[in-house]
Design a protein around this ligand. Structure first.
Ligand SMILES: [Zn+2]
Length: 294
């Protein structure tokens, strides 16, 4: 049964409180909206902490963003254009949540998408989490940047900004935001530990079939082709082929990301950067020279 407008107002208050409590937003960051019957939108207003909202603070707009009702002086969130573009392209989407969770936003700042096949539940539910190009917040640049991705993804990073989650109801969108941040946290820990084994392409294919078996709704299929680059028709995940294997040790990642720190590679060998190797050789030469001149 559809939730009443009163209940949806309470739901937005609750989701805002969870975003704030979990540290997904600071100050007045973030915004939440829900589709209402009659081509209308119920949305958080500007300039309020999402942790301390009341149901009557929400505003109602039409699907062009024009204010229909709200307390005197209240305006719709400055990111309403980004929400509207999501609803316009995705009739299945009933709610949109935008926040700045620190770990996923860190990936968005580093320009590293969360698109590697690492966790089965992320592959089955979200597929990949790409990064939409940077657009100035609250301007039409931001909806233009998310538009190419929103048709095929329920979860996005926004370059140097934050994250966006879409759902068929408000809590579904909120839980996707939790999954984005949880996945970012796990990915960061694995990368700090120096290795990130991937699910094989064959395992990803198996997970894709599970989507069908369990009726997991998704705007587009997962496609596995790390060489192909962005594909506007599917959710591209990085998963190397390894017939008969479920996991693939990932060596290329270590070479590229170790970034000046020695890392432990597959099979336990120590991997050094060129600079570290040079320092070691220089030290050895200095020892030898010291011994021969003594
Ligand atoms: Zn934002």
């Amino acid at each position: 049964m559809a939730r009443s407008e009163d209940q949806l107002r309470l739901d937005i208050v609750e989701v805002g409180r969870r975003l704030w409590t979990r540290g997904f937003v600071a100050s007045n960051d973030g915004n939440i909206s829900v589709r209402l019957p009659g081509d209308r939108l119920l949305m958080t207003p500007t300039s309020v902490s999402k942790g301390f909202m009341a149901p009557e603070m929400m505003v109602i707009t039409d699907m062009d963003g024009r204010l229909l009702s709200g307390e005197p002086g209240r305006k719709a969130s400055s990111e309403i254009l980004m929400h509207l573009v999501a609803y316009r392209h995705r009739p299945d989407v009933q709610a949109v949540v935008h926040a700045h969770p620190p770990l996923s936003t860190g990936f968005a700042v580093a320009g590293i998408p969360l698109d590697r096949a690492v966790l089965a539940e992320v592959v089955t539910t979200l597929g990949s989490i790409p990064i939409a190009e940077y657009g100035t917040p609250s301007t039409p640049e931001l909806p233009a940047a998310v538009e190419p991705y929103i048709k095929t993804h329920d979860a996005l990073l926004l370059a140097n900004h934050g994250a966006l989650a879409l759902g068929r109801d408000l809590f579904a969108a909120y839980y996707k935001m939790e999954t984005i941040e949880h996945f970012a946290r796990i990915s960061l820990v694995a990368r700090l530990l120096g290795r990130e084994n991937l699910l094989s392409r064959e395992e990803v294919d198996r997970l894709q079939q599970l989507r069908g078996t369990y009726g997991i709704a998704s705007p587009a299929p997962v496609c596995v082709d790390p060489q192909a680059g962005p594909d506007p028709s599917c959710q591209v995940v990085v998963a190397p082929s390894a017939p008969g294997e479920r996991l693939v040790p990932d060596t290329s990642f270590l070479a590229g990301i170790a970034g000046g720190h020695a890392a432990i590679g597959n099979g336990g060998e120590i991997q050094l950067t060129y600079g570290e190797l040079t320092t070691l050789i220089e030290d050895a030469v200095r020892h030898l020279t010291a011994r021969t001149t003594a």
